[in-house]
Design a protein around this ligand. Structure first.
Ligand code: PAF
Length: 301
């Protein structure tokens, strides 16, 4: 398969490394414009702490035009600006897969004439230094079609290719529910850990339980308007399980604040708040979190 990965973050490099290992794949990487000179090799450290080096092949315009798969591993706020240029250059038979935190209004993807998928991963990885990623936690990948028509055989090939590189992968006919579950998890863990500067596991403490219940009550309400039904208590339990399973992790939002980067708050709690506004519903707790995270971003400027 001819595969282009867009984004040199922890997840982009994890896929780059894993997909490049399969001899049948030609994989190239498109880095962000701020990378003026990429190294000749990228480094990968596995969960047993073995580090290997991989030649870095940068994607050309022709790689993008002839790609079977384009895997977009960018921050959520960088996706909308990318879509018009992708639509112009990419062939209609290319499968475009988006792997990011937060939710993007599905209407935005309609500029693309390709089958578009979302890939939700629970694999954990972190950047040790630029172009060196470490696989820190085994996970699972859910993939589902978000727009366009997929050709069955091509879709099966793509899923098999991803599953061989970084198992396990399941195709989901109902990806919207899984997206909302991930969103609910991120609505709780990300802002609480960023605001309090704590590891994921610390949110299970009693002091956060009332706030967690309030955040999720609001998420359950808005998800229902999008056709996704959650049980409030079960959702709280799911979120706390993820916090325990990733107890030592520094959430992506906390990392963004600590490294003085923009966060994905607009596409996480902000996404829920915006949907609520369209329904004339005020979400006290999620709105508060959006304000607090924006204040932290502002202080960092
Ligand atoms: O954004 C993150 O950091 C992750 O999605 C999660 C699940 C909160 C674990 O750190």
């Amino acid at each position: 398969m001819n595969i282009v990965i867009i984004g040199q973050g922890a997840i982009g490099l994890l896929w780059y490394h894993k997909l490049s290992k399969q001899a049948s794949n030609q994989v190239s990487l498109q880095c962000s414009a701020r990378i003026t000179q990429a190294p000749k090799h990228s480094l990968f450290t596995d969960r047993e702490n073995h580090t290997t080096s991989q030649p870095l092949t940068l994607a050309t315009a022709s790689d993008l035009q002839t790609a079977d798969v384009i895997l977009v591993c960018l921050k959520s706020y960088n996706i909308a600006p990318l879509l018009p240029s992708l639509a112009k250059i990419v062939s209609t038979s290319t499968s475009v897969i988006f792997c990011h935190n937060g939710m993007i209004n599905p209407q935005q993807f309609l500029v693309l004439n390709q089958p578009c998928y979302t890939l939700l991963t629970t694999h954990a990885s972190k950047i040790i230094e630029p172009f060196h990623t470490k696989h820190t936690g085994l996970g699972h990948n859910d993939i589902g079609l978000i727009c366009g028509d997929a050709e069955r055989t091509q879709q099966e090939k793509v899923i098999q290719c991803l599953a061989e590189a970084l198992p396990t992968v399941s195709f989901s006919e109902n990806i919207n529910t899984k997206q909302w579950l991930k969103l609910a998890i991120n609505c709780v863990i990300n802002p609480i850990t960023a605001i309090n500067n704590i590891a994921n596991g610390a949110i299970v403490h009693t002091q956060f339980q009332q706030q967690i219940a309030m955040i999720l009550k609001e998420v359950v309400l808005i998800a229902e308007h999008d056709g996704v039904l959650f049980d409030h208590q079960q959702l709280i339990a799911r979120v706390l399980t993820v916090a325990k399973n990733t107890a030592d992790n520094c959430s992506s939002m906390r990392s963004d604040i600590l490294q003085q980067r923009r966060t994905e708050i607009d596409d996480i709690n902000g996404y829920v708040v915006n949907l609520a506004k369209r329904l004339n519903i005020t979400l006290v707790e999620n709105e508060r979190l959006v304000r607090e995270i924006k204040a932290l971003e502002y202080n960092n400027e």
